[in-house]
Structure formats: structure tokens, C-alpha cells
Design a protein around this ligand. Sequence first.
Ligand SMILES: Nc1ncnc2c1ncn2[C@@H]1O[C@H](COP(=O)(O)OP(=O)(O)OP(=O)(O)O)[C@@H](O)[C@H]1O
Length: 221
Amino acid sequence: MIKLENIEKYYANKGLKNYILRHVTTTINAGEFVSIMGPSGAGKSTLLNIIGMLEEPTYGLYEFMGENITQLNERKRIELYRNHIGFVFQAYHLIDEMTVAENIEAPLLYKKVGSAERKSRVADMLDRFNIVGKKDLFPNQLSGGQQQLVGIARAVVAQPAIILADEPTGNLQSAQALQIMELFQTLNKTENMTIIQVTHSEANAAYGSRILNLQDGLIIK
Ligand SMILES: Nc1ncnc2c1ncn2[C@@H]1O[C@H](COP(=O)(O)OP(=O)(O)OP(=O)(O)O)[C@@H](O)[C@H]1O
């Protein structure tokens, strides 16, 4: 599903190249649940953002579902992103002015899903994530764990092939973190959803099937 070959990322600073990622080569198959780990500044978020098409590598080949991403134009990349990728952020990134139901519905509007189908899918998500009672509340009326459930519901509602999560439990208490990890595991096991998460937590990584260890921009294991 994902093929990275010799991915490099650097920022030029006063004529010097400041490397963030070096020679990153790996393949991630459909149905895997991969955790990217490593010290702060190792390049984990940068790698996840490249996989999620939010950033471009400086060099290297990136193939996503058979498409050569590095050669696609912006419009095609956005289309691929909308159709296949669900992103979950540490700080939730919900839209404050929208209710829980409206936040979850938003990706379906971008995908031009019809009104009846939207309502039914949003109702299904609310039900599945046990947040029916919260549907008319705004994000600031929810706990962090509840906001992240909404964040995940929003990522999942468009039925993506892959979920990318950057420290999804970084702002949560351990009981809430456990709930989120169990949810990821269920999505992975029962719906064969591919998941890639960045985490500092060994306990979170244990929910996955493989660990990619990054150090100074290199995969070390
Ligand atoms: N726009 C930029 N310009 C210059 N350097 C950058 C830029 N964006 C990121 N970096 C640098 O890239 C390095 C890797 O950042 P990244 O966020 O990928 O690390 P990380 O492993 O996710 O770290 P953390 O665990 O602390 O979130 C950092 O040293 C950061 O300062």
C-alpha cells in the first residue's frame, strides 16, 4: 500500500542542509498497524506528514496505492488524500464553531456525499463511538478523550483505507488513552483498516503489529 524508497527531507539553512530524514526506505502493507517511535526531533511527525501528503520529501520515491505521489500534481494529491486517508491529530483539530455531528459530517461534504447518506453515516459513527448524547455539543463542551473520539470518528466516517495518527493520545489521561488504542485495534482487526501512529509510548506501540524506530532521521530497526 505504501512504498518509500530513499526518502530524504532537509531544510537549507545558510547554505547548509539540515537533514530531517535520510535514506528512509520501507514498505507498509494493507492491514498493518505500524507505530513510529524514536526520540524527540527524530523526524517522526515529518515522516507521517509525508506519508499523509501534508508535506513533500526533498528526494526519493513515494508510492501510495500504486500511484507515484512525488509526480502527482496538487489537485490529484488532495483527491487521493480525501478518498483514502484519515488523519488524527494530537490536539484534535476540531472546528470550534461546529457541533460534534457537523465536525464528523465535514469530510463527507468535501467528498460530495448526498445528504441522506451523510446523515446515516454520521448517526452510525455517533452510535459506534458512544457519543450520540454529545452530537449537538461544541468541542469545548467535551473532555479531551471525547474530543479525540470525535477526531477519530471524523477520520473514519469517509471510510479511508488508512488512518494516520500523530500522538493521538498525547494529551489524554491513561484510561482515555487505553480506550483510543482499543478502538484503533478494533478498526484494524475487524475492518482491516491500515493504521500508522506516531507514539512515545511503549504501551501504545504494543497495540500495533510492527514498530519503525527512527533516530536522527534514519530507520534503525
Ligand atoms: N519547517 C522547518 N524548518 C526547519 N526545521 C524543521 C522544520 N520542520 C521541522 N523541522 C525540524 O525537523 C526535526 C524533526 O521534526 P519532527 O517534528 O518530525 O520530529 P519528531 O520526531 O516528530 O519530534 P517530537 O517527538 O518532538 O514531536 C526537528 O528538529 C525540527 O526542528
